[in-house]
Design a protein around this ligand. Structure first.
Ligand code: SF4
Ligand code: ZN
Ligand code: ZN
Length: 230
């Protein structure tokens, strides 16, 4: 009998809704034990097929693990963590020999090669410039979900430059530039941010690319002086 799909006295409801409140470690153990070998689950003997590639226990355990892990990724403020910590987390969420995340049990597919935690960590590492910014999802710009990398406040000229370079490789660059131009025409243009391959100052003027470092040093030194004057 399975502790996940055959709870005593109840048979007609779905296993997923009946999953007892097991610890994450217990779910991980179940996911590790219920692995299909030669078309059968090694632990419960369930015959797997193309339509049912996981036995019921593995399916419930993996569903629960990916739900818990996704919740964790949303809840934890990744930007509070130092880079070493993020790299350590990323290292734990790798694909195991049967195509699942070794840490959270997420099942990888050809369309989805990152588990929710690794996606969140990767995004934060991109924002910090630790790893290169990867391709956009279909129909989205390279900045999608990484808006902080395109902001100028609290970031260095090198980081602005990296955002500009990413824009140049963005599939939506032409559209983005025309949207930016029309926003500028209506007096609603970008301020103090990178957009469509340009860095804009506080007044909405494009900052000359060769002068980004100069602009950065001028705008950075102005803060302590104004504070001192206050
Ligand atoms: S070109 Fe526009 S959409 Fe693409 S990354 Fe730059 S700001 Fe984002
Ligand atoms: Zn099984
Ligand atoms: Zn994972």
């Amino acid at each position: 009998m399975s502790i996940l799909v055959d709870p005593p006295g109840v048979s007609e409801r779905s296993g997923a809704t009946l999953a007892p409140p097991l610890s994450t470690l217990a779910f991980r153990r179940i996911a590790a034990q219920h692995v299909s070998v030669d078309g059968r689950c090694d632990a419960c003997g369930f015959r797997v097929s193309e339509r049912a590639p996981l036995c019921p226990d593995a399916a419930i355990a993996l569903h629960e693990l990916s739900r818990r892990d996704g919740k964790w990724a949303r809840r934890v403020q990744l930007f509070d963590r130092d880079t070493i910590d993020l790299l350590r987390i990323a290292g734990a969420h790798h694909q195991d020999r049967v195509g699942r995340c070794a840490r959270c049990g997420f099942v990888f597919t050809t369309d989805c090669e990152l588990c929710p935690t690794l996606r969140a960590v990767r995004r934060e590492l991109e924002v910090r410039g630790v790893v290169p910014i990867v391709g956009a999802e279909r129909g989205k710009g390279l900045c999608a979900g990484k808006a902080r990398s395109w902001e100028m406040d609290g970031r260095t000229a090198a980081q602005w430059r990296r955002a500009i370079t990413s824009c140049e490789a963005c599939p939506l660059l032409a559209q983005c530039r025309s949207d930016a131009d029309s926003a500028i025409k209506h007096g609603d243009g970008p301020r103090r941010m990178v957009l469509a391959g340009n860095a804009y100052d506080n007044h909405g003027n494009v900052i000359d690319r060769d002068r980004l470092e100069l602009y950065a040093s001028l705008t950075t030194v102005s803060h302590p002086r104004s504070r001192a004057a206050a």
